[in-house]
Design a protein around this ligand. Structure first.
Ligand code: PGA
Length: 253
């Protein structure tokens, strides 16, 4: 099955308006033409609306890095899925390891976020991934399986779902999973997705790899049969690097 690769940049808590506009100008200059991959930039909340204007007329899409699971109410400091739609988002990342491990978001909460985001038409990038001690103890598959079970069920809209496998020990550390390590977990995840959604749908769903994706390692990762692009942190903050990673995804088609 030919899946269209999907590369998303996770800006995390980086960039002010000036830096963000400069980065977008760099991306626009290089990514003006038609792409054979999907591309999104997931910016901080405060940059969503202005970056939505920056990507106007390009094939780059806008995403948020988190959302709340209620649509409105007394939830100080939170941002709801309808608010993200109003700000111009097509995508939202749910379950990033920093949300799970730094902010203590539970599986139950993440499940509610996935459902609430899809209910207003947002495409969810649902992140899973083991920590270093899980991997060293041989528990990688058990951890990712339970993260899948917590949030996913057959009633979800699979047209609005992408998975991102991000081994926590590879995020922001400069250590990348080897292509073999990535492929092995991606194939496992796809098999489990088959159990939830059926084999045909599982073959259609995209699974991004994330964790220190750089211009120098993107090609080998994206060439793995079950790796369908990447969720890119640090390298997406440099226009040339992000463009090189997108080119690697285009070449893998
Ligand atoms: P990194 O981040 O590319 O800086 O490792 C990836 C992510 O956290 O999504």
């Amino acid at each position: 099955m030919n899946r269209r690769p999907f590369v998303a940049g996770n800006w995390k808590m980086h960039n002010d308006l000036v830096a963000a506009r400069a980065l977008m100008a760099g991306l626009r200059a290089e990514l003006g033409g038609a792409l054979n991959v999907d591309v999104a930039v997931c910016t901080p909340f405060t940059l969503l609306y202005p970056m939505g204007r920056e990507i106007d007329g390009t094939s780059i899409k806008l995403g948020a890095q988190n959302c709340h699971f209620e649509s409105k109410g007394a939830f100080t400091g939170e941002v709801s899925p309808p608010m993200l739609v109003a700000a111009g988002c097509d995508y939202v990342i749910v379950g990033h390891s920093e949300r799970r491990h730094v902010f203590g978001e539970s599986g139950d909460m993440l499940r509610k976020k996935v459902v609430a985001a899809q209910a207003v038409g947002l495409h969810v990038i649902y992140c899973i991934g083991e920590q270093l001690d899980d991997r060293e103890a041989g528990n990688t598959e058990r951890v990712v399986e339970s993260q899948l079970q917590e949030a996913l069920s057959a009633d979800l809209n699979t047209d609005l779902l992408t998975l991102a496998y991000e081994p926590v020990w590879a995020i922001g550390t400069g250590k990348t999973a080897s292509p073999d390590q990535a492929q092995s977990v991606h194939a496992f995840v796809r098999a489990k997705l088959g159990g939830v959604f059926g084999q045909e749908t599982a073959q259609r769903l995209r699974i991004q790899y994330g964790g220190s994706v750089k211009p120098g390692n993107a090609k080998a990762l994206f060439e793995c049969p079950d790796v369908d692009g990447g969720l890119v942190g640090g390298a997406c903050l440099v226009a040339d690097d992000f463009v090189a990673i997108i080119s690697a995804a285009q070449d893998s088609v």
